[in-house]
Design a protein around this ligand. Structure first.
Ligand SMILES: [Zn+2]
Length: 1021
């Protein structure tokens, strides 16, 4: 996440819980772990190890100790003597500590058993018999990460925090949750599935299927990319656990019984089948002692080979599978809404060097305009570009290589297959260009140095699959060694990669060709199947079963509405969190008349540069094209270098040159906004001069002349922006609601919301490429100049003077233009409502209104209030009672307060709940007491104190023109919000409907919407 303020806009608040990872075949981009440090590690001359190999500590024998210098960490592998549980501790000077418990969970049906168990484990345990302690703890902790996830063969429970008290609290709750959960029947009904009357109070109303996971999975499969990814996994590995949907197929979920779930827990959540991970600075002895005393010493060792995953048996001939998908009314035209992919089984994931080599080979074959597949599959431009599954995946027991295209015609399927085979044989014949290979390796090495926040979590997530298959996760961290070994193989054998391709691409019959086409009846067929399933379930119910269902509905409802007793849960106190984190200071310097931020930080020999160009003066039409401009500008080459040469140079000298558009409202009064283009890049110190040279070349000499390429990039762009609407529907709904509040909100939607998708599709239809080229060129000429720019450099103390020198030279070359206007004034609109009708079975609802901007005295209070409303009102009502997967409220820096729901079976009912917030706030004095106020503040602190990568320190100063002092001040004002402040804000902002508000729904057509809401709706089809 780029900015702490930005988090308000784009994070997934309240959706943290219980993620389901659909497919493990995903892009090759997550190659290795990245690092993050808050303080620079001290120089250790003589290394002292905490544990010694062979010795026993609190029942754990230390088996292996290794120092890994490239990440400045020490790895300790310990094994519990009684249960055989492995504990992997990473000792590293990083304040953001991590703990996780992992289980190997291998389902043999698609009822979603491991996924529902993951939800249920977090619904109360022996020591913490509280309904849903996980959600309750979200508000009693300052965790920087807190989640649980179900993958195709594992379930993991990770969290991270910088506060030791918090670490111990969460550790206790997580351990008790997984080893001693209550797994209560009522929770099974709530989280898994249940039959219930539509109106729970009326036994004559029809029975329906409800349940959190049931709805979550219906929502997950609303996204065609998910359907494709899941099917690819199931069909490439059909023989064992990967042949099933670990998250649950909605039509199979109702086959799961509560006793099955309890049995599965006994077998798969046994300590002998678990792996425990800890990371950071906190005392590991305390962790070992707790584990041994409370949990592990009470159990015996069992042989966990039952959960081991065998290698997939190789096929003797290739296979073809065709599936159908939902017709996506936000996607391409129906004749092009098809996808195809070829997947090849590669090596055993535990063969780490082989897997690493194949990963690099895949990058060389797929990535960027110099790669063989890009040249042969993408450049002929008969599709919308690579699909989401493309890349090398090492998340399964056998790794896989996938190349696929989205948005192509059925008649081009054959062409794809021919081109795929041709590409392989041509690559084997021609070999690889060493410059291209070098640029891929450089990028890999740079990514080792580049630091992102949450290093410990990233390391865990990148190691989980390999660890799960008993692979050597420690050696897998020695990335530099693996690079050297690969280099050696390449120099010993000129045909090294070609030989690999013969082996894995040519002489490999384990090859799946998967195709997918839309079916207009998909949704209707699903509804029919769901109805039939319901009919079967209800058909044989005896009178007493029916009575039981009715009773259960009432009991569950009462249970959900009962006031929870949270007193047994630990909670931080104000003194635990009063100190804010110290970040390196940002200084300002005028360099060549450009205001520039200088931040000396521990960037690990990487220099970061950001340039922010004000573009508020562009015409309306030009502004609308800026997102596209940002996407294509660095991909077209310059007058000196064609796009292939330029891409190779960028890849071999920098971490990329990226552009994004930003619309930022005035944080003081919210009455005006600025538009800007942000350019970001970074490079190793030795390459900083080249980095600036490339930036200068691009900004001054960009070339958009190649119309065929431009056309192709635009088509791929449109295909890509249409992917993911259903999976982040709440963000699009919030944008859609905000667009009804003011013209700034509307512009935001046109730059990044559904409005943008619709605009772009239409624009391309009515504009010829020549005209587009001229418009984009004219944007570039207006945007790139130093008169309307601010800059930021983050570098190490020692390198900074040189970095500034190069930056100066770069600025020297940028043109001076006249100063343009810096902001536009915001117009507010009268209230209105709109729906984007989508062909999906769930809704995303949002309501937004203008409250108070970031620096207004009420903003911190409203932010705390949003947390209270989310945790105490929306989650119980919209999630637990009404069955939506998520719901919440938030206020962003622009002053817009919004409510939203996620994967929601209802729409008008949810909007009604949003409207009744004032009534709830006033219903009972006890809804806001000191404890709930404090918990809500902790929730806000989680965002304010989130970790930030060294390269991004100062981003809020740059984008929002907010000083670090302002930020500190905001933090302390937030911590001192009182109940009286709360009461004032409730009256001021919630008593009467705001003058400026909007409502938006993304979801299926609902003819009764106006009747149900009593409001006029604009329907966008
Ligand atoms: Zn879930």
């Amino acid at each position: 996440m780029l900015s702490r303020l930005k988090m308000l806009r784009s994070s997934h608040p309240q959706l943290v819980r219980a993620q389901f990872i659909t497919s493990s075949i995903k892009s090759a981009s997550k190659l290795i772990c990245r690092r993050q440090v808050v303080t620079m590690p001290p120089v250790i001359h003589q290394r002292e190890y905490k544990y010694t190999e062979g010795k026993v500590y609190h029942g754990f024998q230390c088996e292996r100790v290794e120092h890994i210098s490239e990440f400045e960490l020490t790895s300790y592998t310990l094994r519990h003597e009684g249960t055989g549980t492995e504990l992997w501790h990473i000792d590293r000077n990083d304040a953001n500590n991590v703990f996780s418990i992992n289980f190997r969970t291998t389902p043999f049906d698609s009822t979603g058993l491991p996924h529902i168990l993951e939800h249920l484990s977090l619904c109360g345990s022996k020591k913490f018999p509280v309904r849903d302690p996980f959600f309750k703890m979200l508000n009693r902790s300052v965790a920087t990460f807190m989640n649980a996830m179900t993958g195709p063969d594992y379930t993991i429970y990770p969290f991270s925090t910088m506060n030791e008290m918090d670490f111990r609290n969460l550790q206790q709750i997580y351990l008790d949750a997984v080893f001693r959960p209550n797994l209560a029947y009522l929770d099974f009904l709530q989280e898994g599935w249940r039959l219930e009357h539509k109106d729970i109070n009326d036994q004559n109303s029809p029975l329906v299927i409800k349940g959190v996971v049931y709805n979550e999975m219906k929502g997950a499969f609303s996204e065609n990319a998910q359907i494709f990814g899941q099917s690819l996994l199931n069909n490439v590995f059909p023989d064992h656990t990967y042949g099933h949907v670990s998250g649950g197929n909605p039509l199979e979920i109702p086959k799961l019984t509560h006793p099955d779930l309890v049995d599965f827990h006994k077998k798969y959540y046994h300590p002998s089948n678990s792996r425990i991970y800890s990371y950071g600075l906190f005392d590991t002895n305390k962790t070992l002692a707790l584990l041994d005393k409370e949990y592990l010493s009470k159990q015996n060792w069992i042989d966990n080979s039952y959960s081991r995953i065998p290698q997939q048996e190789r096929w003797i001939q290739p296979r073809n599978v065709h599936i159908s998908s939902r017709l996506d009314n936000m996607g391409a035209t129906i004749d092009r809404q098809n996808q195809i992919a070829i997947a090849l089984l590669m090596c055993d994931a535990t063969n780490i060097q082989e897997s690493f080599d194949l990963q690099v080979l895949s990058e060389v074959l797929i990535r960027g305009p110099n790669s063989a597949f890009y040249k042969n599959l993408i450049e002929p431009n008969f599709s919308g570009g690579y699909n989401q599954g493309t890349g090398y995946s090492s998340d399964t027991k056998d790794t896989a290589f996938v190349v696929g295209l989205q948005d192509l015609k059925v008649e081009d399927f054959t062409k794809f297959i021919e081109l795929f085979d041709k590409t392989i044989s041509k690559a084997i014949g021609d070999g690889f260009q060493s410059e291209h290979l070098e640029s891929v390796l450089h990028n890999l090495e740079l990514s080792l140095k580049h630091q992102s926040p949450n290093f410990g979590i990233t390391l865990l997530l990148n190691s989980t699959a390999l660890w799960n298959h008993e692979g050597d996760v420690v050696s897998n961290l020695r990335v530099s060694d693996m690079i050297s070994r690969l280099r050696a193989s390449l120099s010993q054998n000129n045909n090294y990669f070609q030989d690999k391709m013969e082996q894995y691409f040519v002489n490999n019959n384990h090859r799946l060709t998967l195709t997918m086409s839309p079916d207009e009846l998909y949704e209707e067929n699903f509804r029919k199947a769901e109805k039939e399933l319901l009919r079967q379930k209800v058909k044989n119910l005896a009178k007493e079963n029916l009575n039981q269902i009715y009773e259960n509905g009432l009991i569950l409802d009462a249970f959900q509405k009962a006031k929870p007793n949270n007193d047994v849960l630990p909670c931080l106190t104000l003194k635990d969190v009063i100190e804010s984190l110290k970040w390196p200071k940002v200084f300002y310097q005028n360099i060549k008349n450009v205001q520039t931020q200088i931040c000396k930080a521990s960037t690990n020999d990487v220099t970061y540069c950001k340039c922010l160009f004000n573009i508020t003066d562009l015409t309306q039409e030009e502004t609308m094209l800026v997102p596209l401009f940002c996407n294509v500008i660095s991909a077209m080459g310059t007058t000196k270098y064609n796009y292939r040469q330029f891409d190779e140079l960028v890849l071999s000298k920098t971490g990329g040159i990226d552009f994004s558009v930003n619309l930022i409202e005035d944080v003081n009064d919210g009455k005006s906004y600025r538009l800007s283009v942000l350019m970001s890049t970074h490079a190793l110190e030795k390459n900083v001069s080249s980095m600036f040279h490339l930036c200068q070349e691009l900004l001054n000499n960009f070339m958009l002349n190649d119309l065929d390429r431009l056309k192709m990039l635009i088509e791929n762009y449109i295909s890509n922006i249409s992917v993911g609407v259903a999976s982040s529907g709440h963000l699009y709904a919030i944008l859609g609601a905000t667009s009804l509040v003011s013209d700034a909100g509307k512009l935001k939607d046109l730059l990044s919301g559904v409005g943008h998708i619709n605009f772009m599709k239409n624009y391309v239809r009515i504009t010829n490429p020549l005209e587009m080229r001229d418009k984009l060129t004219s944007i570039g000429r207006k945007v790139f100049n130093k008169s309307n720019m601010r800059g930021a450099i983050n570098s190490t103390q020692s390198y900074m003077p040189l970095a500034i020198k190069h930056y100066e030279n770069f600025l020297e070359t940028l043109p001076d233009l006249k100063k343009t206007k810096t902001c536009s004034y915001i117009q507010f609109f009268d209230p209105s409502c709109q729906q984007y009708s989508m062909n999906i079975p769930v809704n995303y609802c949002a309501k937004a209104f203008f409250a108070a901007p970031y620096l207004h005295k009420d903003h911190p209070t409203l932010r705390v209030l949003a947390k209270v409303v989310s945790a105490k009102y929306l989650l119980p009502v919209v999630r637990e009672q009404n069955g939506a997967y998520g719901a919440g409220a938030r206020i962003s820096s622009d002053g817009i307060f919004s409510f939203y729901s996620y994967r929601d079976p209802h729409s008008s009912k949810t909007l009604d709940a949003f409207d009744k917030t004032y009534k709830w706030l006033r219903s009972d004095k006890s809804v806001i007491d000191q404890q709930s106020l404090f918990e809500a503040k902790l929730g806000v602190l989680q965002q304010l104190d989130s970790t930030i990568a060294p390269g991004n320190i100062g981003i809020d100063n740059l984008l929002y023109e907010l000083s670090q002092e302002c930020f500190e001040d905001y933090r302390s004002r937030m911590l001192s919000v009182t109940i009286n402040d709360f009461q004032d804000c409730i009256e001021k902002y919630f008593r009467n409907p705001s003058k400026y508000y909007g409502k938006c729904i993304l979801g299926p057509v609902n003819n009764k919407l106006e009747f149900e809401t009593g409001q006029k709706w604009k329907i966008n089809n």
